[in-house]
Design a protein around this ligand. Structure first.
Ligand SMILES: Nc1nc2c(c(=O)[nH]1)N[C@H]1C(S)=C(S)[C@@H](COP(=O)(O)O)O[C@H]1N2
Ligand SMILES: [Mo]
Length: 213
């Protein structure tokens, strides 16, 4: 049984590699490893809120019920972890920041260049605005049709990966999506997040193997 699984894994890896979807130094996993620093937070729907703040025309605050009324998007993409595992054809459902901007629900000031995701316990991660607004970045509530598990960020996480048909979009490593996401801070200059301060690469492009800074 174990050897069948590993044969399946290798076959899948050869397939995505042939399709040009396996970034350098990565290998395919059929599992979904859990990686983060610190404890897993408890979710309380009565006190949870989501904030949009910083350099925006109007700050926003949505509670859980309000957040769930926002327009929803489903995307399929390949996710790539800096620790060298990649997972292919993963399906994510949630809220697209680009959609909120297009709908005028988030009004970004003209001089904004970067965005900081803030998560529970003070975890942060930064991205350039242009990457953050791509279709391959989603604020996800669901993975493969099910609500996120607590380990993977329930109730809400940032997730970023590679949509195979979107060759023009930059693909950062998976750490550029914050699990247990609570707010977005729009900024007029760059600031490093938690892992970036710890020595991870600031840009994190998987095709350029930007693992460490
Ligand atoms: N809140 C929070 N989000 C986080 C992290 C973290 O430490 N805290 N680690 C990042 C890292 S390093 C990775 S590789 C991915 C892993 O996501 P997963 O556990 O769903 O595989 O979460 C990212 N998001
Ligand atoms: Mo990571």
């Amino acid at each position: 049984m174990f050897s069948n699984l590993s044969a399946d894994r290798r076959k899948e890896e050869q397939r995505v590699s042939k399709e040009g979807r396996l970034p350098p130094g990565q290998s395919l996993t059929l599992k979904f490893p859990v990686l983060h620093y610190g404890p897993v937070p408890h979710f309380n729907a009565a006190t949870w809120d989501f904030r949009v703040w910083g350099e925006v025309e109007q700050e926003k605050e949505w509670n859980w019920a309000e957040f769930n009324k926002l327009s929803r998007t489903t995307i399929e993409m390949d996710i790539h972890c800096v620790t060298r595992w990649s997972k292919f054809d993963t399906v994510w459902e949630g809220v697209s920041v680009k959609t909120l901007v297009d709908q005028g629900l988030i009004m970004i000031k003209p001089d904004v260049t970067h965005v900081m995701q803030h998560a529970e316990y003070g975890f942060t991660v930064n991205l350039p605005l242009e990457v953050f607004l791509q279709e391959n970045f989603l604020m996800a509530t669901h993975f493969n049709g099910e609500p996120l598990t607590t380990d993977h960020g329930y109730p809400l996480r940032g997730v970023v990966g590679n949509i195979p048909s979107h060759k023009e979009e930059e693909t950062p490593y998976l750490w550029k999506g914050a699990k247990w996401l609570r707010s977005l801070e729009f900024m007029t200059k760059d600031r490093r997040g938690f892992w970036e301060q710890a020595g991870y690469h600031n840009r994190a492009d998987v095709w350029k193997e930007e693992r460490f800074g």
